[in-house]
Ligand binder design. Structure first.
Ligand code: ATP
Length: 356
């Protein structure tokens, strides 16, 4: 059982605030992903949990015990880094075994533990290879096995997939997901890749500039982003955000109108909708209602294989809409898409905070 509690954690270097009032309980067995752009404080948060960085204020509890003053080795956490951090002169077997030796685990148990961890990450056939003779994905699996063999209370993973090419990233991601299901160990995982976050996490913490923006399940964060930062960080492509005015439930912006919005708000507003939620009339058919949606010339066309992404420009704002894979058009041609009120998200024009 390892619940991790972060109680009002701050990290400051002089006047610079790296992490600001991070306050969260991570229940036993949860897979929590810290997500945000470069420099938002993810790694610093992780390093404070590991004991590699001291919190300026606040308490960190593992399993109900304050660990602020415990050395990293006494915290019972295992870290996996993006750089793998393997010993080049040791073969895979010895690399995996290393933490057992350091921690004085009974030598009679080493062989079974090493082979069991290697089997979990499908490295049984590579035990006598040196790291230099492995692919990037295999090296990262050695690093995972070395964390597993310790049987820690908490796994900390800092961008473990970021050095892998796109294909390996997908397969290693699936392996981590499967492992976490088997091991059932509390895991805190840092990434700036929202697809990794959405596919792996039980809950995601979205951070920006040291401040937690939203904590929620991937579905919650996708469906109900708390503000325009989260809306523009989650989803592929990110949510379209259009600035305009609202009056009597009707939103208007250049080349765009949406009617029937259920809100009392009047005046400036930011309206969001996702490319995949808009509907594009079949080619050759006219839109049901030209005015309830967007009507603007095509700015760019991207063929995605399973769909065609059409981008239009509304004033200075680029807006993406997903059309059928058969949809064919040209830059500069007129384009209409219907945007019903039911797919729209409304954000305060000044603060960016979600209204509805
Ligand atoms: P990345 O995805 O690029 O690794 P991150 O979200 O993990 O970014 P952190 O490494 O946690 O970001 O850094 C958060 C902020 O704290 C950054 O602006 C960074 O420059 C700053 N920072 C980190 N370590 C120190 C330090 N020792 N002294 C001063 N500032 C630091």
């Amino acid at each position: 059982m390892a619940e991790v509690q972060l109680r009002h954690i701050d990290k400051r270097w002089g006047d610079f605030v790296g992490v600001n009032d991070f306050d969260l309980t991570i229940p036993d067995k949860e897979f929590l992903v810290l997500l945000g752009p470069s420099g938002c404080g993810k790694t610093t948060t992780m390093r404070m949990i590991a004991g590699l960085e001291e919190a300026t204020s606040g308490d960190i509890l593992i399993d109900g015990k304050v660990v602020n003053n415990l050395e990293p080795k006494d915290r019972d956490v295992a870290m996996v880094f993006q750089s793998y951090a393997l010993y080049p002169n040791m073969d895979v077997y010895e690399n995996i075994r290393f933490p057992l030796k350091v921690r004085n685990v009974d030598p009679a148990t080493h062989d079974e533990k090493v082979r069991c961890a290697a089997k979990m990450v499908e490295l049984t056939d590579f035990l006598h290879r040196k790291p230099a003779d492995l692919s990037g994905g295999q090296r990262q699996r050695v690093a995972l096995a070395r964390a597993i063999v310790r049987e820690p209370n908490v796994f900390l993973m800092d961008e473990p997939l970021s050095n892998l090419d796109a294909k390996l990233r997908v397969s290693t991601r699936a392996q981590i997901k499967n492992l976490s299901h088997e091991l059932q160990v509390t895991t805190i995982y840092v990434t700036h890749d929202q697809i990794e976050a959405m596919t792996l996490a039980d809950r995601v913490v979205v951070m920006n500039a040291g401040v937690v923006q939203q904590v929620g399940t991937p579905t919650d964060i996708y469906n109900y982003p708390a503000n325009t930062f989260v809306a523009s960080f989650i989803g592929s492509p990110a949510m379209n955000l259009v600035e305009g005015k609202i009056s009597n439930g009707v939103f208007s912006a250049e080349n765009m109108q949406v009617t029937g919005l259920s809100t009392d708000i009047e005046g400036d507003i930011t309206l969001g909708f996702r490319a995949e939620d808009a509907s594009v009339p079949k080619q050759g058919q006219s839109a049901d209602n030209h005015l309830d949606g967007i009507d603007a010339p095509v700015f760019s066309i991207e063929l995605l294989g399973e769909a065609t992404m059409i981008t239009v420009k509304l004033g200075e704002t680029l807006v993406a809409v997903k059309a059928d894979k058969e949809y064919s058009t040209d830059i500069g041609q007129p384009f209409v898409a219907s945007i019903p009120a039911s797919i729209c998200h409304l954000f305060d024009a000044k603060t960016g905070i979600r209204i509805a």
